[in-house]
Design a protein around this ligand. Structure first.
Ligand code: C5P
Length: 235
């Protein structure tokens, strides 16, 4: 399963598949926070996050959301569509938390009146600056039409996931997506969907990367709980 190396990030390795038709993402056991300032290696993380991503993307595919997911290669790889990634993090927020509270005030866990979509530019050196649609256009990152498409697609995907988790008694507070263009120029959901990329709560308990960010111990036990509920989605 070893193809041509394309890219290595903080938590993933991307290779071109042997036939050149898809990419193989390998999820590493690394966990980082604070733009890479905090870094650890946690046993099973790659498996938990890849399998969770595989099942949640498959779920979204069944709902008609276009994702990169092709198939899961246990324990820690995903075969995915080749995408030209857009260097943005697209955050959908249902509740106030994290950087939203730091920027705009309010209390953690307070409802927003409606789902809010934010764009940040992917750059650890610049600390992922927040961007509005005008920034995206002027800086040549994305035109308005595609920005609006992404806003609508991100809200739709986040709503499907919120509904899925609420059926299991969990609250999805916010979630980060990354998008790319497929070979035909269509916008496609890529990257990862896991407790690393969302805030997920149940009865005040934290089931996401805030456990790590706030030094509350090893989060893998909680990541495994999330994976187990995602196993109700059959691949
Ligand atoms: O920190 P902030 O409140 O902006 O995070 C919003 C959501 O985006 C959280 O679920 C967080 O885990 C996710 N996120 C991410 N990767 C980043 C920044 C935020 O997955 N680099």
């Amino acid at each position: 399963m070893s193809g041509t190396f394309l890219y290595e990030g903080k938590t993933k390795i991307v290779e071109l598949s042997e036939d050149g038709q898809s990419v193989i993402l390998t999820f590493k056991d690394d966990i980082t926070a604070g733009d890479g300032a905090k870094h650890d290696v946690l046993t099973s993380k790659g498996q938990f996050c890849s399998e969770t991503t595989a099942r949640l993307m498959h779920y979204l595919n069944t709902k008609g959301v276009y994702t990169m997911f092709i198939n899961y290669i246990p324990p820690n790889k995903i075969r995915a569509r080749k995408l030209k990634m857009i260097p943005l993090e697209v955050i959908v927020r249902f509740k106030k938390a994290g950087s939203f509270v730091r920027r705009y005030g309010g209390t953690e866990g307070e409802d927003l009146p409606e789902a809010l979509v934010e764009f940040t530019y992917k750059s650890d050196a610049m600390h992922d600056p927040l961007m509005c649609v005008e920034h995206l256009e002027v800086l040549g990152i994305l035109d308005r039409e595609n920005a609006v498409k992404i806003i609508n697609q991100a809200k739709q995907a986040a709503n499907f996931l919120k509904e899925f988790f609420s059926l299991h008694g969990f609250e999805l507070w916010d979630i980060k997506f990354e998008y790319g263009f497929d070979e035909a120029g269509n916008i496609c959901l890529g990257d990862e969907i896991s407790p690393d990329t969302m805030r997920l709560r149940k009865a005040g308990e934290i089931f996401d990367k805030d456990i790590y960010r706030r030094d509350l111990g090893n989060p893998m036990e909680k990541y495994e709980v999330v994976l187990n509920l995602c196993r109700s989605i059959l691949l």
